[in-house]
Design a protein around this ligand. Structure first.
Ligand code: APR
Length: 316
């Protein structure tokens, strides 16, 4: 049977994710859906017409669905589903301001996925991320290892970019890490950051690192403020597509993702940004890394902040 990934929501995030997934040339089919009639079909046609130029065979199928679930047959038996449906932020909004409206959207999407692709691995990107990931797990009823969220890959990539620019070095020489939530309680982890193998703390002062940490934490809002309409999608789609690739290739890659944490770091029963090994069954295992006392305390703080919100989403 062919490899199939479905991307739900054909906005900026969904359409760029579908394009990246198609260009990997590792899936037989990429399905792109939206509730706006004709939008996914039009985008699919456009992407497919780039195949001979870019040299890939994966076919993108666009399909209009209703929020109630009509049209979902096209997604049947997807191996991976990426949920991008939902509103993006406007300038001045926090991700949490989206919770009410996006919860309704994500719940409906998740129920339809469960019905048509009962064995899929689900990657959630809709915001607020940690809460929408928890909600998607509840609404699909899938095992927790088969539902994860994209945040850490993106936040880490932003941190890496800022460090590379600051030091004027290639991004490839920089390794950074962020854990925690995709929001105010994001936990950038300077103790795990290196530049050419040298600890970041030997390259920059505490104040300089703190500035980059703050800019990383506000990385999404900085772009929302510049765009004025809509939020980031190039780096976010790169992150989500890499996660889907790791799943379908059963690669075992260790990535910072939003995963169910059950005992690691002394934290239990919450979806939280941690490093995890990714494979065909989703999260193979959460990988604990050594943290400084301050970083561990911040991660525990983040866990409690998102735990409270995740309890709320059950009723949304
Ligand atoms: N089913 C499918 N698609 C839906 C549904 C639904 N029930 N509800 C809304 N959509 C679609 C919209 O029609 C729109 O095309 O989701 C798309 C969202 O696209 P954009 O507005 O361009 O937003 P985007 O930048 O793609 O962000 C999507 O990702 O980063 C997060 O905060 C962001 O929650 C937002 C999501």
């Amino acid at each position: 049977m062919g490899k199939k990934v479905s991307v739900i929501g054909a906005g900026f995030y969904g359409s760029t994710t579908a394009l990246r997934l198609a260009q990997y040339n590792i899936f037989d089919t990429v399905v792109l859906t939206d509730i706006v009639e004709g939008k996914p079909e039009g985008l699919a046609l456009d992407i497919n017409q780039s195949r001979s130029i870019e040299g890939y065979e994966t076919e993108v199928i666009g399909a209009t669905t209703t929020a109630e679930g009509a049209g979902y047959e096209v997604t049947t038996n997807s191996d991976v589903v990426v949920i991008t449906a939902g509103l993006p932020r406007k300038p001045g909004m926090s991700r949490m301001d989206l919770i009410g409206v996006n919860a309704g959207i994500v719940r409906g999407v998740a129920e339809n996925i469960a019905k048509h692709s009962p064995n899929a691995v689900v990657i959630v990107v809709s915001n607020p991320l940690d809460e929408m990931t928890a909600l998607a797990q509840i609404a699909t009823g899938f095992p927790k290892n088969r539902v994860m969220g994209q945040a850490g890959m993106l936040d880490t990539a932003r941190f890496t970019n800022f460090v590379a620019e600051k030091l004027n070095v290639p991004v490839g020489s920089v390794k950074t890490l962020t854990l925690g939530s995709h929001g105010d309680t994001m936990v950038p982890v300077p103790s795990r950051c290196t530049v050419g193998g040298v600890p970041l703390t030997e390259k920059l002062s505490v104040e300089e690192i703190e500035d980059l940490v703050t800019r990383t934490r506000n990385g999404g809002a900085e772009i929302v403020a510049l765009l004025k309409t809509g939020s980031a999608y190039y780096a976010p789609s790169a992150a989500a597509a890499r996660m889907a690739k790791a799943v379908i290739e059963d690669s075992g890659a260790v990535m910072p993702v939003c995963a169910w944490v059950d005992g690691e770091y002394g934290i239990s029963g919450v979806y939280l940004g941690v490093e995890a090994e990714i494979g065909i069954a989703g999260i193979r295992k959460v990988v604990e890394t050594k943290l400084s006392d301050t970083e561990l305390a911040a991660l525990k703080g983040a866990a409690e902040a998102v735990r409270a919100k995740q309890a709320d989403v059950q009723s949304l």
